[in-house]
Design a protein around this ligand. Structure first.
Ligand code: LLP
Length: 414
């Protein structure tokens, strides 16, 4: 069921028409539905009743404080990849004891901050990182809980930029090396081996890559047990895809059931790191048509959102559905929907049939994940506002960035 239905010709979320949001907050503006976020989390969790589990929302998908706070209130943990994300989780009221720290380049300062906060686990991605964590923990007189992120060499069958579990990716510890590194970790005085972690990619629409990866991980867990290294939790990563156009990803029930079936009979906590699947279809980007520009071969709809607001089309050639938010008397025409940024790659959609006039608003759908989180200030454009709808109410959860904000850290030469 869509979180953005059309009622009496007007696109809504919950009890609010998006046209009202566009008028009140102007554009470009990201709009999220509290109910859609909550439902996604609860549906994901419902397949895990009775199992020891922790759902760690991947902060990078949408790091809005209000959204992190909402998930924290629902009991979520968080998957972070930087000291900045840790600070956000703490500022949003997240529980540090439910935080896992992934990423290939953890700095001294980040490791220090995570140990200070008392996170649940480091997902270690290399031998040298393990040694660095041992060192920092020793200096602080602490014990660092770790998992190794193993790279199972499984093809996630997704876009190469967002596939992470193949041998040639920079992520994780090569599967063949994991066993030896666990033995080393078990000997380190300030390291406590807690778990094993595996994340093979993003926007995965089939179950089999997840299950193939888990089979390999379980083989490793069993081999470690024979050496008296007991794994207490298995982190299966994130990566469950969503429907942007006609993809048919596994639903949460099928996904969690398949994972839990593989773990049947094992006394192990299971961790998940979903990002996109919890937020992607709970948000849209609202934008206004500035100009209609007929061309010799293409008609352009130039809108006030651009690649700096939503980078996915330009970066991955990603498809996002684009719709009007109110009826229009304009004739339907085929448009290139493009932004004002000075790059030919600045498009939001190709060949879209739309009935629009200048001044009309459009919704760019499935924009709740990796939308605002990847936004930039390219072309000295302030980042969009963010609004969260809750029933009849709208909350401005992030103000529109002002131009003066964009260069306030800069200095003229003396
Ligand atoms: N865990 C780790 C270690 C990750 O690297 C990621 C995403 C996730 C969890 C969450 O994955 P998800 O459930 O959202 O698929 N910017 C790209 C996606 C990059 C994903 C990076 N890692 C996009 O817009 O498609």
């Amino acid at each position: 069921m869509t979180a953005f239905p059309t009622l009496n010709g007007l696109l809504h979320t919950e009890n609010v028409a998006l046209a009202d949001i566009a008028r009140t907050y102007q554009t470009p503006t990201y709009v999220y539905s509290r109910q859609a976020l909550t439902t996604a989390f609860e549906q994901f969790q419902s397949g895990l009743t009775g199992h020891d589990h922790l759902i760690c929302f991947a902060v990078k998908a949408n790091p809005s404080l209000a959204i992190l706070n909402l998930f924290a209130r629902l009991g979520a943990g968080f998957d972070i990849v930087s000291g900045g994300e840790l600070a956000r989780v703490l500022a949003a009221g997240g529980d540090p004891q439910k935080v896992v720290f992934s990423g290939v380049g953890k700095s001294h300062a980040e490791i220090h901050a995570a140990l200070e906060a008392g996170i649940f686990c480091f997902n270690v991605e290399s031998t040298n990182e393990l040694q660095r964590i041992q060192q920092v923990a020793a200096d602080m007189g602490k014990i660092a809980p770790v998992s190794l992120r193993v790279n199972p060499n499984v093809d996630a069958k997704t876009h190469p930029y967002i596939s992470t579990g193949l041998k040639n990716n920079k992520f994780g510890v090569a599967f063949e090396d994991a066993h030896g590194l666990y033995k080393q970790a078990a000997q380190m005085p300030n390291i406590a081996v807690h778990g094993v972690d595996c994340h093979i990619g993003s926007q995965i629409t089939e179950l089999s890559p997840f299950l193939d990866a888990l089979d390999k991980v379980l083989g490793l867990v069993d081999a470690l047990a024979t050496e008296n290294i007991h794994i207490q939790h298995i982190d299966v990563g994130g990566g469950v895809g969503i429907t942007y156009s006609d993809e048919t990803p596994p639903d949460f029930k099928a996904y969690t059931a398949a994972i839990m079936q593989k773990l049947a009979g094992r006394q192990v906590k299971v961790l998940f790191e979903p990002g996109r699947a919890l937020v992607g279809n709970a948000g849209v980007l609202l934008t206004k048509v500035e100009y209609l520009k007929p061309g010799e071969t293409k008609n352009f709809a130039i809108v006030d959102a651009a690649m700096n607001d939503l980078m996915r089309p330009a970066l991955y050639d990603a498809y996002h559905r684009i719709s009007t938010i109110a009826p229009s008397a304009a004739p339907v025409q085929t448009y290139e929907v493009v932004g004002p940024v000075c790059e030919s790659g600045d498009f939001l959609g190709h060949d879209r049939d739309l009935a629009i006039a200048e001044g009309d608003y459009l919704a760019i759908h499935s924009a709740g994940a990796y939308g605002m989180s990847m936004a930039s200030n390219y072309n000295t454009r302030g980042r969009a506002a963010e609004v969260l709808v809750d029933g009849e109410q709208t909350h401005l959860i992030r103000e529109r960035e002002q131009i003066a904000d964009l260069f306030k850290l800069e200095r003229l030469l003396p």
